[in-house]
Design a protein around this ligand. Structure first.
Ligand SMILES: Nc1ncnc2c1ncn2[C@@H]1O[C@H](COP(=O)(O)OP(=O)(O)O)[C@@H](O)[C@H]1O
Ligand SMILES: [Mg+2]
Length: 252
């Protein structure tokens, strides 16, 4: 069981060029339940990546606290998996070994790592790519391997920072559908950062709109699942929800 709560979280950076502190996150409180899919949207520079890095334990908080099941987060942990927009797969390892890397680091035997990696590759429709190397894959497929690699650690919390931002629109839609499908099957808690409003509404149970380091609004997304683009694209509730979030982001 992993409940996540951010209590009056803040972060200031020292900017050596300006010679002063800048506030990236002012005062953010948010509580996320086990198995929930939460998207955080907001314009560039509003503090999204900073919040994610603090939850991941990569960056110390300046004020407030982050609790995982009531315990303060003080550094990275294997129960939290992270996927970034750009991340490196190991170029000298096959897809299978890239995905099996986390399990290997946990000390599992090679056959066990392979079994886990194949299971997750299967789940993401990547079974055929197992023996290939990253440079033999398209950007979209590499991104998909990156997501699968994070999932193979079976994290209770998956932290994703604009993971699909650099793939083409068509591939992105497929990845979004796959992610919701895998999430429904495995039910990790997901915090997904994006500046793409329709992506946030498509994916999440709840969308948090961020503005200049503060939560502007939280909206529940009561659209039925499984969600597929062919249906949702024309759906009035989806369009209304997206328009509402877009309005908020524009005012942010
Ligand atoms: N390492 C850093 N040093 C100084 N300022 C930073 C650093 N990282 C981010 N910032 C500033 O903090 C604010 C929030 O950045 P960030 O969290 O990356 O926003 P977002 O991910 O929403 O685009 C921005 O004004 C950015 O310039
Ligand atoms: Mg960012």
């Amino acid at each position: 069981m992993k409940n996540l709560s951010l209590n009056h979280l803040s972060k200031t950076y020292f900017d050596p060029y300006a010679g002063k502190h800048v506030t990236a996150v002012s005062d953010v409180s948010l509580s996320v339940n086990q198995g929930e899919f939460v998207a955080i949207v907001g314009p560039s520079g509003c503090g999204k990546t900073t919040i994610l890095n603090m939850i991941a334990g990569f960056l110390p908080v300046s004020g407030g606290e982050i609790l995982l099941d009531g315990q303060p987060v003080s550094g990275p942990g294997s129960e939290r998996g992270v996927v970034f927009q750009s991340f490196a797969l190991f170029p000298w390892k096959t897809v299978l070994d890239n995905v099996g890397f986390g399990p290997k680091m946990r000390g599992l035997s090679k056959p066990e790592c392979d079994r886990i990696a194949r299971e997750y590759l299967e789940l993401a429709g990547l079974a055929n790519a197992a023996e290939r190397y990253p440079n033999e894959l398209s950007g979209g497929m590499q991104q998909r391997v990156g997501v699968v690699r994070a999932l193979a650690n079976n994290p209770e919390v998956l932290l994703m920072d604009e993971p699909f931002a650099s793939v083409d629109a068509q591939t992105r839609m497929t990845l979004q559908e796959e992610l919701t499908r895998i999430w429904q099957e495995r039910r990790p808690t997901i915090i997904f950062i994006t500046h793409d409003v329709s992506e946030a509404v498509f994916l999440a149970d709840r969308v948090v709109v961020l503005s200049k380091g503060l939560v502007l609004k939280e909206l529940n997304i009561d659209l039925p699942r499984p969600r597929v683009w062919d249906a949702l694209m024309e759906d009035d509730a989806f369009k209304a929800m997206s328009a509402q979030v877009l309005q908020l982001v524009r005012s942010a």
